[in-house]
Design a protein around this ligand. Structure first.
Ligand code: THG
Length: 269
């Protein structure tokens, strides 16, 4: 499972403040903590259109100084921001995200086509807005795959985000998510499925119960990557546990190593 750490996001109030104040210590600390918890990539998102590229560039330079091996997930709705940031990254990362909206694909695909290490998150979204049904999501998936083939991008570099609504108002939200995931894996077994983990519980109390159930159910249905909080030990434990149950962690070596290293916050006496 690919873990994309979500904490460096201007939508989080304390992070927005740190961005405004150019508080390098605060941002550096959040980067280090997530990497210590084995985040594979760090998602970076400014949270606002003004100065978007400048903010992401500042975070990239800052974090790379202390962590030369770090890989970023460039999270911006603006393709020009992403294009400005790519050359600054020492290691290939993830584009978060493209979709059939606007000119994102036409701008991003040529830039990363031959830049093989880069992965791409694609939202199953078109010009008509948020998809309610499995069929609508699969329509967007086919539209995106056409472009993937047209530009000659390998399908194993693609991470599809089927999008999740809160189950509070959309009772079929999870079922639609796994319906789309399964269809994608049936058609292209090398493509990946990714999701944020907290949208499912928006507006509900005791969100962590729902988020946890979503994580496990989604992993059982083929999700192999998540934008998540690796400092949340229940969720991180869930990732390692589900991988072991899926037969992807022989002899529970990874689970045991994470436990021993204190990643779950509990250790042997
Ligand atoms: N799909 C894609 N990209 C995305 C999302 C997605 N990017 C943004 C978002 N959704 C994922 N990122 C966040 C970042 C922070 C929070 C939620 C989603 C958040 N964090 C709480 C905090 O840090 O205060 C704590 C969360 C916790 O404890 O679990 O709310 O869906 N492609």
């Amino acid at each position: 499972m690919l873990i994309i750490g979500e904490k460096l996001n201007g939508a989080i109030k304390s992070v927005a403040e740190a961005i405004n104040n150019r508080d390098a210590a605060f941002i550096g600390d959040l980067a280090k903590k997530q990497l210590d918890q084995r985040a594979d990539y760090l998602d970076i998102c400014s949270g606002k259109p003004d100065g978007d590229a400048e903010t992401l560039k500042w975070m990239i330079e800052l974090i790379q100084t202390d962590h030369p091996d770090v890989r970023f997930s460039l999270d911006s709705p603006n393709p020009d921001t992403i294009l400005e940031c790519i050359p600054l990254c020492k290691n290939p990362g993830i584009i978060n995200s493209v979709s059939l909206e606007g000119s994102k694909i036409e701008k991003i695909f040529p830039a990363v086509k031959d830049n093989k290490g880069w992965k791409i998150i694609a939202l199953l979204l078109d010009e008509t807005g948020m998809p309610e049904t499995v069929e609508k999501r699969i329509e967007s998936f086919h539209g995106i795959m056409e472009k993937v083939k047209e530009y000659g991008i390998e399908e194993n570099r693609m991470y599809f985000d089927p999008l999740v609504f809160t189950v509070g108002t959309s009772p079929d939200s999870f079922l639609n998510f796994i319906g789309a995931s399964k269809k994608i894996k049936e058609e292209y077994s090398n493509a990946h499925i990714v999701s944020g983990l907290s949208n499912i519980s928006y507006g509900l109390p005791y969100r962590k119960a729902i988020n946890h159930a979503f994580l496990i159910g989604a992993m059982m249905s083929g999700m192999d990557s998540a934008i998540m909080d690796p400092l949340n030990r229940d969720m991180l434990g869930g990732v390692y546990a589900a991988e072991a149950l899926l037969g992807e962690d022989e002899y529970c070596i990874e689970y045991l190593s994470a436990y021993r290293d204190g990643l779950f916050g509990v250790q042997k006496q």
